[in-house]
Design a binder for this molecule. Structure first.
Ligand SMILES: Nc1nc2c(ncn2[C@@H]2O[C@H](COP(=O)(O)OP(=O)(O)O)[C@@H](O)[C@H]2O)c(=O)[nH]1
Ligand SMILES: [Mg+2]
Ligand SMILES: [Zn+2]
Length: 295
């Protein structure tokens, strides 16, 4: 048996990359009985029955580390959340929501502020400060002048990454800049191209430094519906240590006395905009729950 990763799925065929080659595979019937559908991103064991034509069968699907719904991809390591510095201006509340969703999905979060060429007021410094203090890696890029792409490539190295962010911020432009570094073996690109014009599903592409990228953005439909308010604080990394000194274990950091998080805000150890975002999202989630519970 050979180990590989599903890079693409189309019409019941799965394209599995194994030792640098791409195999067109069917899945064993037993998966259907077990109600398991192979997903892009799955680590699989395949048997190869025609090495020349690169045909195989998926025999085994390894346990998934995580799986995203839209795009339907498993085993993603990190989300590169992209906002532009200008045109459009970043909506930090939306950014904080995307971070919460990525954290909830179990992904590492990297923030990328694109369109650095439009940053005449040095806004990046401010954004960078807020999110670096929160514990995130923050980078600055210009997709059209290809600035900051090296730092982005380093972040992508040997990981599976999904890009997310509102439309117009430059995600596709960044992917284009990165695609110059895509691994091109004749066979691979031919097979991938063949499916290009049929129904569009997400697929993966590999870059030369071993990074793997999901070719469609994630978290485009924002639903905080299955984030429980009690765990929201866990998705704000800068709350973690201060929360250890909260008097109550289940402290929501809102109205309770002797709250370590509120103390940290008073002492300016936590950025107040991040706490405001926490309150806003907390309220939104609890109101959503109240509405759905009525029915
Ligand atoms: N000034 C500037 N414009 C950019 C940059 N990156 C992308 N754009 C432009 O922003 C618009 C939206 O880019 P696109 O990649 O389609 O964004 P997406 O919706 O996030 O995929 C296009 O007109 C791009 O040319 C950049 O770094 N600087
Ligand atoms: Mg796009
Ligand atoms: Zn607290």
């Amino acid at each position: 048996m050979h180990q590989g990763i599903i890079f693409k799925g189309i019409g019941g065929f799965y394209y599995v990359k194994s030792a640098g080659a791409l195999y067109e595979c069917k899945a064993r019937g037993k998966f259907k009985n077990e109600k398991v559908t192979p997903m892009v991103g799955d680590h699989v064991g395949i048997s190869i029955y025609d090495e020349e034509k690169q045909l195989g069968v998926i025999e085994e699907i390894m346990a998934r580390k995580n799986s995203l719904v839209r795009p339907a991809v498993s085993n993603v390591d990190q989300a590169i959340i992209v906002f532009s510095i200008k045109n459009p201006d970043p909506n930090l509340m939306l950014l904080d929501k995307m971070i919460v969703l990525a954290e909830h999905a179990g992904l590492d979060v990297i923030l990328c502020f694109n369109k650095s060429d439009l940053d005449v007021d040095y806004d990046f410094d401010q954004f960078s400060r807020i999110y670096t203090r929160a514990g995130y890696r923050v980078i600055n890029t210009c997709a059209i002048k290809r600035l900051g792409i090296d730092a982005l490539l380093e972040i992508l190295r040997d990981k599976i990454s999904v890009f997310s962010g509102p439309s117009g911020v430059g995600k596709s432009s960044l992917l284009n800049a990165i695609e110059d570094f895509a691994v091109e073996t004749g066979e691979v690109s031919e097979k991938i191209k063949r499916g290009r014009h049929t129904t569009r599903h997400s697929e993966l592409f590999e870059i030369q430094n071993g990074g793997i990228i999901v070719d469609t953005p994630g978290f485009t439909s924002l639903s905080l519906a299955d984030v429980e308010p009690e765990i929201l604080g866990d998705y704000f990394p800068e709350f973690r240590i201060p929360a250890e000194s909260c008097r109550f274990d289940n402290c929501s950091h809102i109205n309770e006395p002797e709250c370590g998080v509120k103390e940290a805000i008073e002492n300016k150890l936590i950025e107040s905009v991040r706490y405001d975002a926490y309150l806003y999202i907390y309220k939104e989630i609890t109101e959503q729950k109240r509405r759905t519970n009525k029915w």
